[in-house]
Ligand binder design. Structure first.
Ligand code: GLU
Length: 444
């Protein structure tokens, strides 16, 4: 049996109850086949794939806190430190009721390759809790964040592991967590990214994932003789990534006609009003029905449906496994040219294959949404030199990073005779650097 198949079987047997983690591993290992086969004996002897798919360590802990009724609540917190071959562990904290070990491991595993692709010195990690910030008061969110950090602070540090935001963790949560870290450790250091601008945050970090997604999409279009101007774009999600992806797409002259949340979706034929979306989601923290109520021409639909809208470009920016095979078929039938992932693993494996086989240019999240973590690494650099860069400086670095990622993944795919397979290109380019660093550092 080939080394890849052996390794895959072992991972499946060991992690049978973690479907999202297995999905992420399968996607990566399958696409690494040509690289691994070219180095079969060496990598098998090094047990490279076993080492890559087993986290360095993982923490799971109790997070008790008191709600506004005086009732004690208990959540489960996680931090998975996956791989630090090329830099301190780096990755966000997801706060969502669906969070479990398998979800954090899939996200941490993907982060290894994504972070490598940025070209910056950051390893892979991820964390979070099954806490739902929705409907909680600010005081409850603070109580949770403080309790969470009381345990997490034992395992992280500016040169060890640097968490950040993800679904459910935004500026408010990062602020409370940073305050608690500083209080316990008596140490003012860049231990978290996505911080507020008054205490060490970076300009353009908030916008970075969405903007970065559009910079790479624009480069993809340009390299195929197209532009963003006049294109119809469908976007899922209504969080930080979706909001700034919509804003940048509109600045580039495209029309974004959809957004969605966990209960429904909006079709706005006049183009999504970003200011209104921000008001509904970030200030009122309300449902999208409020968006529709304020826009007479916009339609609100319950459930899923964004991918049924005719478009040139689709940008899934909500969450994992939100774009299924049936959705891919609709996109192809409607003439969609490109799909680039703003979320982590939003497209199922069979949907990805279908899109690729039907000539849709597809860039996976590890490349397409790397702008967020790349800008986090720029925040770390600014914290280390105790300086702040201007918005333009950070934004132009972000743009350059995304353009470089596009060309690196395109070149990697071409090197292995798979031109246009950006999923393979991203996995190969991300893997090569990490594998070389792991082997150079010995068996650790
Ligand atoms: N959560 C983001 C991601 O999935 C950002 C992580 C970070 O900035 O560390 O890449």
């Amino acid at each position: 049996m080939s080394y890849i198949d052996e390794a895959l079987e072992r991972v499946k047997a060991k992690n049978a109850s973690e479907p999202e983690f297995l999905q992420a591993v399968e996607e990566v290992l399958e696409s690494l086949r040509p690289v691994i086969e070219a180095n079969e004996e060496k990598y098998r002897k090094e047990a490279l794939l076993e080492r890559l798919t087993e986290p360095d360590r993982q923490f799971k802990f109790r997070v008790p806190w008191v709600d506004d009724n005086g009732q004690v609540q208990v959540n489960t917190g996680y931090r998975v430190q996956f791989n630090n071959a090329i830099g301190p562990y780096k990755g966000g904290l997801r706060l969502h009721p669906s969070v479990n070990t398998g979800i954090i491991k899939f996200l941490g595993f993907e982060q290894i390759f994504k972070n490598s692709l940025t070209g910056l010195p950051i390893g892979g990690g991820k964390g979070g809790a099954d806490f739902d910030p929705k409907g909680k008061s600010d005081r409850e969110v603070m109580a949770f964040c403080q309790s969470f950090m009381t345990e997490l602070c034992k395992y992280i540090g500016a040169d060890v592991d640097v968490p950040a935001g993800d679904i459910g963790t935004g500026a408010r949560e990062i602020g409370y967590m940073f305050g608690q870290y500083k209080k316990i450790k008596s140490c003012y250091e860049g231990v978290l990214t996505g911080k507020g601008l008054s205490y060490g945050g970076s300009l353009a970090r908030t916008e970075a994932t969405g903007y970065g997604l559009l910079y790479i999409t624009e480069e993809l279009m340009k390299c195929h003789g197209e532009s963003m101007e006049g294109k119809t774009v469908v976007i899922s999600g209504a969080g930080n990534v979706a909001i700034y992806a919509t804003q940048k797409a509109q600045q580039m002259g495209a029309k974004v006609v959809t957004c969605s949340d966990s209960t429904g979706w909006i079709y706005d034929p006049n183009g999504i009003d970003v200011a209104l979306l921000k008001e509904v989601k970030e200030v009122k923290r309300a449902r999208l029905t409020e968006y529709a109520a304020a826009r007479p021409d916009a339609e609100y639909h319950e459930g899923r449906g964004v991918w049924s809208v005719k478009c040139d470009i689709a940008l899934p920016c909500a969450t994992q496994n939100e774009l299924h095979l049936d959705d891919a078929k609709l996109l192809v039938a409607n003439g969609c040219k490109a799909v680039c992932e703003g979320a982590n693993m939003p497209t199922t494996i069979d949907a990805t294959k279908y899109l690729q086989e039907n000539g849709v240019w597809f860039i996976g999240g590890k490349a397409a949404n790397a702008g967020g973590v790349a800008t986090s690494a720029l925040e770390m650099s600014q914290n280390s030199e105790r300086l702040s860069w201007t918005f333009e400086e950070v934004d132009s670095k972000l743009k350059q990073i995304m353009v470089n990622i596009y060309h690196n993944i395109d070149d990697a795919a071409k090197r292995y005779g798979q031109e246009g397979n950006y999923v393979m290109g991203a996995n190969i380019a991300g893997f090569e650097k990490v594998a070389e660093a792991m082997i150079a550092q010995g068996v650790v």
